[in-house]
Design a protein around this ligand. Structure first.
Ligand code: NAP
Length: 476
């Protein structure tokens, strides 16, 4: 017997890949509308949900992390299932999901760093933002990283919010960090930090930086570190002044005010300094016995290209700095997914408004959708993902309006559990993540911090297993 897809007897079945903000906003959008009955199965590579919120947002930004309370409410709906520890391409294939779901919605973010492409970028002591952020946020992939905090001078390449996050974490004292959810093993390494000078490098001028005023303001409130800039760096070129006069962009005006204020700071007033350096492009990272020992930068000048945007170009003036650690924060890249159309020119999953399309012909790939950074590229704040997800969900629902199919013979939960069991995947449902969550919160409470994260997948699975056995023994 045929039923309309989305009726009570035959809900619209959606698989969402990735459990970060874009995935949860897509689920929220699917549940909020009233036209279709929807069931969502969310697949996540790690046993833990929330993607970038858990592993990307800085540990001292707990207010931003509290958005997970909203995501948890979504996850606890009866029409929602979480399948943690399941990786697309490794444990399940796209074809297997498309066979079992009406649609697959990719919400996988942008997982890798853009390359800096200069000599020395791969030396020991030169790290990508992903590595450092993953490490200080307790991401299992980066648990065993070691950073040499005997370094006194550190370079942070790029001037977006990621660079500011990294500079702030490097600048904070162990006491400032101890009250965050930074993992214990990270704090133990940071305690040994000898860092004195953190140099942030932008290839263009003060008007073109990518970070935002609230993040800048936080740098003025650090216990033992002070942001500084040489006033001569703040002189705007003719083009920049012209643009500012016309646009009067509030964010830029606030940032220029911030930079003017800090140009009056006394660098000797605190033991650590965050230096804002403009119009400089890294040329080479110098090494000694394979380890970073210096950085060569070129002074840049700005010019207006044919489209009227301001670009940087290197001059023949160079500077060398005795840097011992480098963090590369020049933006992320979306990684192609197995068998999923990828638009190399845009650097995203190939899509129009969130409908995945074939590269070249632009014909829709039936049943495939995308949202978040994987759809639009790595830009915007957490909230930007909400309207983005709603756009994708809107197209998805439109595509399923008035479609009919046979009713499912078995509940979807059984179908998916069987598929994963066939592949011998030790999947983690949401109630098992909650075991881990509870334990992390309790451990955090003991240490006067928001949570103490478990940082290896093996340990996570062991804890869950032990608790389940304990409950079984107590007849729960
Ligand atoms: P981003 O905002 O795109 O900033 C990248 C920075 O790297 C820019 O200053 C860019 O300069 C520079 N850059 C790019 N290529 C370069 C090169 N080859 N050499 C030197 N510099 C180069 O990226 P992001 O900082 O990784 O942040 C990603 C997104 O996450 C952003 O939307 C950000 O706002 C968001 N985020 C938000 C928060 C928060 O709200 N607290 C925290 C972290 C991240 P040009 O402009 O000259 O290209």
């Amino acid at each position: 017997m045929q039923y309309k897809i989305g009726c009570q007897q035959r809900p619209l079945q959606i698989a969402i890949i990735g459990s970060g903000p874009s995935g949860f906003y897509a689920a929220e959008g699917l549940f909020r509308q009233k036209e279709f009955h929807v069931e969502v199965d969310m697949f996540e590579r790690l046993p833990t949900p929330y993607g970038l919120i858990r592993a990307g947002v800085a540990p001292d930004h707990q207010l931003i992390k509290s958005v997970t309370k909203i995501y948890e409410k979504i996850a606890l709906r009866p029409e929602f299932r979480f399948w943690g520890n399941v990786e697309l391409g490794k444990h399940v294939t796209k074809a297997e999901l498309l066979e079992r779901f009406d649609a697959v919605l990719y919400a996988v973010g942008a997982q890798v760093d853009r390359g800096l492409g200069i000599p020395g970028a791969d030396l020991l002591g030169s790290y990508s933002a992903t590595e450092f952020i993953g490490w200080y946020n307790g991401h299992p992939d980066y648990k065993d990283m070691k950073f040499d905090f005997s370094a006194r001078k550190v370079a942070v390449i790029g001037m977006g919010n990621v660079a500011i996050d990294i500079a702030r974490i490097l600048a904070k004292t162990p006491e400032e960090l101890a009250v965050t959810d930074i993992p214990q093993h990270v704090l133990d390494q940071i305690r040994r930090s000898q860092v004195e000078d953190i140099y942030l490098f932008a290839r263009r001028g003060p008007m073109q930086v990518a970070f935002t005023p609230p993040e800048a303001k936080e740098l003025m409130e650090l216990e033992k570190a002070i942001p500084v800039v040489n006033p001569t760096e703040l002189k705007l070129e003719y083009f920049s002044e012209k643009i500012l006069e016309k646009s009067q962009e509030r964010r830029v005006i606030q940032l220029l005010e911030f930079l003017n204020t800090i140009s009056k700071n006394d660098p000797a007033s605190k033991p650590r300094r965050i230096h804002f350096c403009f119009r400089r492009s890294p040329q080479e990272i110098y090494g000694n016995k394979g380890t970073v020992c210096g950085l060569k930068v070129a002074r840049n000048e700005l010019f207006e290209d044919e489209e009227g945007s301001l670009k940087s170009r290197e001059t023949d003036v160079f500077e060398e700095l005795g840097i011992q650690l480098v963090f590369r924060c020049i933006g992320y890249k979306v990684e192609p997914l197995p068998d999923v159309a990828f638009d190399s020119a845009r650097g995203t999953i190939a899509n129009i408004g969130g409908r995945v399309v074939e590269v070249g012909s632009q014909k829709p790939c039936p049943g495939e959708y995308v949202t978040g950074w994987a759809k639009r590229g790595p830009t915007g704040v957490i909230g930007t993902n909400k309207p983005d997800a709603l756009e994708t969900v809107g197209f998805l629902l439109k595509d399923f309006r008035n479609r009919e199919t046979e009713v499912n013979k078995r509940p979807q939960e059984e179908v998916i559990a069987d598929l994963l069991k066939t592949h011998q995947v030790p999947f983690v449902p949401f109630e098992e993540w909650k075991i881990l969550d509870q334990l992390e919160l309790e451990e955090g409470e003991r240490k006067d911090k928001p949570r103490e994260k478990v940082t290896t997948v093996e340990e996570m699975l062991k804890i869950i297993q032990e608790k389940k056995s304990e409950d079984a023994n107590h007849g729960k």
